[in-house]
Design a protein around this ligand. Structure first.
Ligand SMILES: N[C@@H](CCC(=O)N[C@@H](CS)C(=O)NCC(=O)O)C(=O)O
Length: 253
């Protein structure tokens, strides 16, 4: 893994209080600037939680490093390590949806406690991790990275993402945010909508979705999360055979 970077500046490492020592150590975010990575940087910024970036250069295969696999056995970012986990002991969490729910429970923010409201957030969160993310990912793959243009695959994934954008657009016609109030479900989706063009989608055709996107993009925390630059990521060439060999054609190890 590449050099860690302190995102939120330094804070007093520990503050004693009557309940005993409090651990203010930053949450470690194993990160690469992609729609799945952004979900968690957005949530950490929104919650004002101190965190430290641990960039994982997925173009170089750092996601297969044994230290990373111990945290994220699916060799995917994002993952977090929270040294002040349940019972005051460290916890590692992988899968973006699980991380968002964990941080929502930990902070009591953007993940309502009321059961009806929570079910609505869970519905849209699972809709994203099981639908929008994988379909948009495939659309981008077949439109930009496949070694040959396979018309059927391009149409299939572009159409499916189009359908999913339509579902969001309709939902947002009557609500400000996907689950009513701004929540982790919106944070899960916004990074994918940010890349609409790469998925062959035109936001002008989805006015409610566009309004939602502009509203979220204007939030200071989201601006900060989207502004994080990882130089090595900007330099990745997806046509480089070495990068392609790492990212594509992965099989069981
Ligand atoms: N279901 C996972 C998906 C995560 C994912 O696909 N991460 C990508 C970056 S967006 C990754 O780490 N790719 C590394 C690889 O393909 O080896 C989640 O929601 O956390």
């Amino acid at each position: 893994m590449t050099r860690a970077r302190n995102r939120r500046g330094s804070r007093p490492a520990r503050t004693a209080n009557r309940a005993g020592p409090r651990n203010d150590a930053p949450i470690e975010l194993y990160y690469w600037p992609t729609p799945n990575g952004w979900k968690i940087s957005i949530m950490l910024e929104e919650c004002g939680l101190p965190y430290m970036l641990r960039p994982v250069d997925i173009s170089k295969g750092e996601q297969f490093a044994p230290q990373f696999l111990a945290i994220s056995p699916n060799n995917r970012i994002p993952a977090i390590v929270d040294s002040s986990g349940p019972g005051g002991r460290p916890i590692a969490v992988f899968e973006s949806g699980a991380i968002l729910q964990y941080l929502g429970r930990k902070t009591g923010k953007f993940y309502p406690r009321d059961e009806r409201a929570r079910v609505a957030v869970d519905e849209w969160l699972f809709w994203q991790v099981g639908g929008l993310g994988p379909m948009a990912g495939q659309a981008i793959h077949f439109r930009r990275y496949a070694p040959e243009i396979i018309a059927y695959a391009v149409a299939r994934y572009t159409d499916e993402v189009n359908r999913l954008y339509g579902v969001m657009n309709q939902r947002l016609a009557k609500r400000e945010f996907l689950a009513g109030r701004y929540s982790i479900a919106d944070m899960a989706c916004v990074g994918w909508v940010r890349l609409a063009e790469r998925q062959g989608q035109d936001l002008a055709r989805f006015p409610h979705l566009r309004r939602w996107f502009e509203t979220i993009r204007a939030r200071p925390a989201v601006k900060r999360a989207f502004a994080i630059r990882i130089e090595a990521a900007s330099a990745v060439d997806m046509h480089d055979p070495k990068v392609r060999a790492v990212l594509f054609g992965q099989r069981a190890r």
